[in-house]
Design a protein around this ligand. Structure first.
Ligand SMILES: CC(C)(COP(=O)(O)OP(=O)(O)OC[C@H]1O[C@@H](n2cnc3c(N)ncnc32)[C@H](O)[C@@H]1OP(=O)(O)O)[C@@H](O)C(=O)NCCC(=O)NCCS
Length: 149
């Protein structure tokens, strides 16, 4: 697919051809895009983060209390904070284009298990995703099944 034809909507959401859902993430070192059939999925979100958000200033901004406790219980709280941040960006990118729901960080409570995560509460509970850290990059993806339309 020639990405140069993927336009941007009024709130920067990528405009995929009819019947396709997808997501884009980029930084100065990389760019990634993912697409899926619109019959199976209502939305798809991907995000890759290289920098770790500063724990002190971002923990409460990004995390609800259960996530804050989970971050602080880990060997590397800033690594877990980056994971929560990235996972929420992926959920946002999957949900917004399909629904217009401009989610804030505290609209989502995530639970992590292995390389997966699930939205635990709120209007998008049940939405799932996956995550993988590669070298010093944190990659996440989230998807909205078609029935969520
Ligand atoms: C959209 C957003 C999530 C992107 O995050 P980012 O870390 O700046 O940038 P990334 O490289 O990961 O992603 C950029 C791509 O996201 C996509 N994107 C931008 N706005 C989007 C939206 N409203 N919906 C879906 N995708 C969007 C675009 O494809 C963009 O690429 P472009 O800059 O070439 O147009 C962020 O900028 C934003 O608007 N956040 C507000 C909402 C939010 O974060 N809520 C808290 C989480 S629930």
């Amino acid at each position: 697919m020639d990405l140069s034809v993927i336009g941007s909507g009024p709130r920067r959401e990528p405009l995929w051809p009819a019947g396709v859902v997808g997501s884009i993430t980029h930084s100065d070192a990389y760019v990634a895009a993912a697409v899926a059939g619109g019959r199976a999925y209502a939305g798809l979100g991907i995000d890759v983060e290289c920098r770790r958000p500063p724990l002190e200033s971002m923990l409460e901004t990004v995390c609800v209390p259960s996530e804050q406790a989970w971050c602080l219980a880990g060997d590397s709280p800033s690594q877990r904070l980056r994971l929560v941040f990235s996972a929420k960006e992926s959920v946002f990118k999957a949900v917004y284009p399909a629904t217009g729901d401009w989610l804030g960080f505290h609209d989502l409570e995530l639970i992590f298990a292995g390389h997966t995560f699930t939205v635990h509460s709120g209007r998008w509970s049940g939405v799932t995703g996956a995550h993988q850290a590669v070298d010093d990059l944190q990659a996440t993806a989230a998807w909205l099944p078609a029935l969520c339309r």
